[in-house]
Design a protein. Sequence first.
Length: 255
Amino acid sequence: MVEIKTDADLLLMREAGRVVARALQAVRDKAAPGVTPAELDGVAREVLAAAGADSPFLGYRPGWAPVPFPATLCLSVNDAIVHGVPGTVPLADGDLVSADFGAVLDGWVGDAAISFTVGRARPEDTRLIDTAYEALEAGIAAAVVGNRIGDIGHAVARVCRSAGYGIPDGMGGHGVGRTMHEGPDVPNEGRPGRGMPLRHGMVIAIEPMLIAGGDDHHYTAADGWTIRTLDGSRAAHTEHTVAVTDAGPRVLTAP
C-alpha cells in the first residue's frame, strides 16, 4: 500500500529530514583517522536527543535479520555497501565511509545517506563517490508527477552503468512515511515508462548503491547485517527522502 501525504504531512516530514541532515553532517565532521564507528554512532544519538527525536534504526528487525539492529547509525566502510554495524575498530586514513541515518519526529520518518573519505582520498574513491551523488541527482530529477517508478531506476542505472560500476542485486529505495520502509519499492535499475505512476504526495527514498569493481553480487557478513561486495571492491551509498509534488521533487532531507 502506498500512502499519499498531504501538504501538511510533507512539512512535518521536512522537520524529521532536518534532523537527519544535521546528524549526518555531525558524523562527517567528527569522522577522522582514529575515531571509531561506535563513537560516530554516539554523535548521531546526541543529535537525536537534542531534537527530541527517536531512531527508526535502533532495534529494527526485519524478517531476514538474525538480531535487532544495535545502533542508530549504519556505518559502512570500504567494501561494506550498506547496513554496517558501528564497531570499535578505528577508522584509518583513506577509508571510504557510507553513513546511513534515520529519525522519527512527531510520528514521521526521515532517511538519508552520505558517502565520504576519511583523511586523504584516493582518486578512484573520489570518482566513485562523485558518481553516486550524480546518480542520486538523476534519480531525484526523474521523481516528477507523470513519470513512473521505472523512470527513476532507469535514471540511476544509466549513470552507474555508464561509469562502469556495479549495482547491488535486489537492493534499492522504498517509500517513507510513518514507518521507515513503506511501499513502493524503488529499484536502482528500471525500464522507463514502467511501474507505478508517480503522484503528488508520494514520498520515497532514492538510494543509489555503487560497487567499484563492476560486479553486482554481495554477501551478508557474520554480524547478520553488514552487506559487503563479493569482489572485495569498495562501495558508495547515497540517499535522500524525496517528496513527489506538482511543483517538482522536494528533497526532505536536504541540509
